[in-house]
Design a protein around this ligand. Sequence first.
Ligand SMILES: *[C@@H]1O[C@H](CO)[C@@H](O)[C@H](O)[C@H]1NC(C)=O
Ligand SMILES: *[C@@H]1O[C@H](CO)[C@@H](O)[C@H](O)[C@H]1NC(C)=O
Ligand SMILES: *[C@@H]1O[C@H](CO)[C@@H](O)[C@H](O)[C@H]1NC(C)=O
Ligand SMILES: *[C@@H]1O[C@H](CO)[C@@H](O)[C@H](O)[C@H]1NC(C)=O
Ligand SMILES: *[C@@H]1O[C@H](CO)[C@@H](O)[C@H](O)[C@H]1NC(C)=O
Ligand SMILES: *[C@@H]1O[C@H](CO)[C@@H](O)[C@H](O)[C@H]1NC(C)=O
Ligand SMILES: *[C@@H]1O[C@H](CO)[C@@H](O)[C@H](O)[C@H]1NC(C)=O
Ligand SMILES: *[C@@H]1O[C@H](CO)[C@@H](O)[C@H](O)[C@H]1NC(C)=O
Ligand SMILES: *[C@@H]1O[C@H](CO)[C@@H](O)[C@H](O)[C@H]1NC(C)=O
Ligand SMILES: *[C@@H]1O[C@H](CO)[C@@H](O)[C@H](O)[C@H]1NC(C)=O
Ligand SMILES: *[C@@H]1O[C@H](CO)[C@@H](O)[C@H](O)[C@H]1NC(C)=O
Ligand SMILES: *[C@@H]1O[C@H](CO)[C@@H](O)[C@H](O)[C@H]1NC(C)=O
Length: 786
Amino acid sequence: MVLLTTRVAIGFAAALFTPFACAQDVITSDTHFYGQSPPVYPSPNATGLGNWADAYSKAKTFVSQLSLEEKVNLTAGGPETNGCSGSIPAIPRLNFPGMCLSDAGNGLRSTDFVSSWPSGMSVGASWNIDLAKSRAVGMASEFRVKGVNVALGPVVGPLGRIAVGGRNWEGFSNDPYLCGSLAAETVTGIQSTGVITSTKHFIANEQETNRNPSGNVSAVSSNIDDKTMHELCLWPFQDAVHAGSGNIMCSYNRINNSYGCDNSKTLNGLLKTELGFQGFVVSDWGAQHAGVASAQAGLDMAMPGPGSFWGSNLTMAVNNGSVPESRIDDMATRIIATWYQFGQDKTFTSPGIGVPKNLAQPHDTVVGTNSSYKKTLFDGAVEGHVLVKNQNGALPLKSPKLISLFGYSAKAPDNFDVNNGGWNNGGSSLGPQDTVTANRTTTHSQIASNGTLISGGGSGANQPAYISSPFEALSQRAYDDGSALLWDFHSSAPNVDPTSDACVVVGNAWATEGADRPGLRDDFTDGLVLGVAARCAKTVVVLHNAGVRLVDRFVDHPNVSALIFAHTPGQDAGRALVALLYGDANPSGKMPYSVPRNETDYGGLQNATLPEGVYEYYPQSEFGEGVYIDYRGFDKRNVTPRYEFGFGLSYTTFTFGNVAAVLAGGGCGKAPYMYPTEEVVPGGRADLWNVVATVTAEVTNAGDVAGAEVAQLYVGVPGGPVRQLRGFEKVFLQPGEKREVSFGLTRRDLSTWDVVAQEWLLQRGTYRVYVGASSRDLPLTTSLKI
Ligand SMILES: *[C@@H]1O[C@H](CO)[C@@H](O)[C@H](O)[C@H]1NC(C)=O
Ligand SMILES: *[C@@H]1O[C@H](CO)[C@@H](O)[C@H](O)[C@H]1NC(C)=O
Ligand SMILES: *[C@@H]1O[C@H](CO)[C@@H](O)[C@H](O)[C@H]1NC(C)=O
Ligand SMILES: *[C@@H]1O[C@H](CO)[C@@H](O)[C@H](O)[C@H]1NC(C)=O
Ligand SMILES: *[C@@H]1O[C@H](CO)[C@@H](O)[C@H](O)[C@H]1NC(C)=O
Ligand SMILES: *[C@@H]1O[C@H](CO)[C@@H](O)[C@H](O)[C@H]1NC(C)=O
Ligand SMILES: *[C@@H]1O[C@H](CO)[C@@H](O)[C@H](O)[C@H]1NC(C)=O
Ligand SMILES: *[C@@H]1O[C@H](CO)[C@@H](O)[C@H](O)[C@H]1NC(C)=O
Ligand SMILES: *[C@@H]1O[C@H](CO)[C@@H](O)[C@H](O)[C@H]1NC(C)=O
Ligand SMILES: *[C@@H]1O[C@H](CO)[C@@H](O)[C@H](O)[C@H]1NC(C)=O
Ligand SMILES: *[C@@H]1O[C@H](CO)[C@@H](O)[C@H](O)[C@H]1NC(C)=O
Ligand SMILES: *[C@@H]1O[C@H](CO)[C@@H](O)[C@H](O)[C@H]1NC(C)=O
């Protein structure tokens, strides 16, 4: 028997369309919003779709031997015996050793002997599928050695709807196609090692402000229509589920006023039915807000523990008939099937073995780092840098004799020890997290003034075995080639030696989980750059940026010769930068988001939504712009950005030619798009991945150094945005070398979500097809007619 206890009432229009209350009535009851998220019950059983059949048959046998209490025990974190973010208790009688779930998607948190990998946004800036995968494999090998069954990443939500989002750097890109492609590689790479991915945060988790209830203000509600949900927010989750992600983490925010972990439409409907998800859903830590209702809505595991909702109360809910035992069976079976699916029953490391509860106490050393992945760490750091200005070939530097180095982000942090956050807060200690959070109203409030920003802060950060800062790497270079270095890390208007061959200014834009950024540029850093540029004819600006950073206040200064968005490169930040500055490496990163000229260009998508007006207690974030975020919005509103999505310079030049676009089957006869099937695989309808058209083009390295170009394919789907990214390929070319690139366009790539049919549908008409080097540098055009 299924009783619908909350969130279910007769439907009426969502606040998105017509606020129900009179303008002057402050809403003080949650019941006002009931029914805005449609009820989808009962929660579907996983059945072993796709390649999950074996795992399910083993899991059913396993679960059939458990008592109700034992099954319930699997559904929530148990006592903390180690430093894992959460732990599922063992069942020794059946040789189940329990499970360790730990943060996060840019490296293992809260332990030693691990690496800080280039963070998600740097992976996004690399536009490199192979590198994304090798990073995933290398990172997961550390989780595995340390006994972590579930890595709490990758992040594909926030996607990056609002510019100041505190966690945008954890994800790959605010373009769903780029994000989804890199997420799929990351899921495949991590899970190839036997570690399960927890793709997060499901869903529409686009701001940190009011992400959780506080006092009598509830968590923010993302009010999002069905089309935007599918074409934007759900898209990368779909790719992750299709790639086999074993776990999905539901989010803190509400969606249409129903909490992410109690929302039957998103969990039972979108994830478990439409996408055919076969793994289990875990709550973000503390994101569960109901007992019976969350069980019925499709939550499978509560973290960090059962709280007052589950545990013995879940057992009681079964015994009193509120939750059918089959729902508990499905929870337990999904969890155990996922454990089998990735072979964790066979050879997995003992849960939590390398994640001690307290690193300040004596503990065994378990080395997660592995020199096999040095190149991946380094290449990832290099390719996450995007060169956006390079006046008169200022870079690469040509045997400079004297470099002057400025800025707080150029040197390693003063202090990085057990008491200063490394082991507890990860990279947030790389910023003066204590003063910065207390100082959000000062000019310093947007920056980490205490050292090289290798990652943003919060649960996505960790403590690497070492840090290479720009200062250390440049010092090493001076040692190697007999040149000289001058530095000043703290002055706002430093002295400049006029004989400097180049002045390198390294600043940052800090972001952390738990808060959105107070702005997109800061006066201190802008002033520092302008101060140096006034005295140095060749000023090279490097910004470690955990999110978009506006640069219009200084970038046109004639002495600002070069600008690099370094993103958050991880532990090899310094040596990667030096390789690029000296031309040992050729820049090949591209912007995974747009950089506008000014805040107003965002047209309302700069800041988080605040609780205000009648929604003083229930902040309502209306996703009224639909799919028109970032370049889709700039294109629609005719706003010319400073640096467009997909843009990035190289030390060589590339040309494009010979574009061709063909429909499968020549556009008639047995073309696969004419024969949709109903089959559902993890990720959704199987036919969504049928390739229905192919676009080819040629890329040539027309310069005189080797380099890599990202060939980008954009498509204008009839009735949709002017163009959307629908393919990319990074090609490494020797001088003069030419290569053909080929993009397979799937049924989903060429479809729009039809809210009436509840299907992805191809559109009749002419599709514009563009190929080139960025979203606004598209020398090749052609079309497809469907
Ligand atoms: C949210 O409400 C909109 C408008 O009614 C609807 O299109 C959409 O499907 C709802 N989504 C969820 C997850 O409730
Ligand atoms: C799940 O499976 C159980 C056992 O086969 C069955 O009793 C229950 O009705 C199923 N639930 C759904 C939603 O199909
Ligand atoms: C449930 O797990 C706890 C440890 O968290 C353990 O003490 C208890 O015995 C378990 N219950 C059952 C029925 O196995
Ligand atoms: C909300 O909390 C504030 C501060 O605690 C209090 O002054 C106010 O009365 C509360 N409002 C309601 C409607 O509970
Ligand atoms: C069960 O739920 C009740 C009511 O919410 C709560 O007071 C109690 O602490 C819960 N029990 C456990 C063991 O969490
Ligand atoms: C059944 O138990 C659950 C958990 O303690 C409780 O929330 C619910 O109100 C109970 N329902 C009935 C009908 O007793
Ligand atoms: C390091 O990684 C390589 C490549 O995956 C692997 O063969 C090797 O066993 C690893 N070394 C250790 C000590 O884990
Ligand atoms: C840098 O961090 C250390 C250790 O937390 C602290 O002592 C020092 O004051 C900080 N310096 C600045 C400039 O914030
Ligand atoms: C805030 O920043 C200013 C300027 O950097 C500094 O002098 C002050 O001590 C900071 N305040 C706090 C509370 O950390
Ligand atoms: C965004 O937030 C910042 C900091 O609170 C504020 O100064 C700015 O005016 C806001 N911008 C808009 C467009 O509301
Ligand atoms: C550029 O730098 C030179 C010093 O090399 C300085 O004389 C000149 O004034 C600077 N230009 C500007 C516009 O500040
Ligand atoms: C730039 O944005 C700011 C808000 O941050 C606004 O006050 C200013 O008018 C804008 N400038 C232009 C030229 O649009």
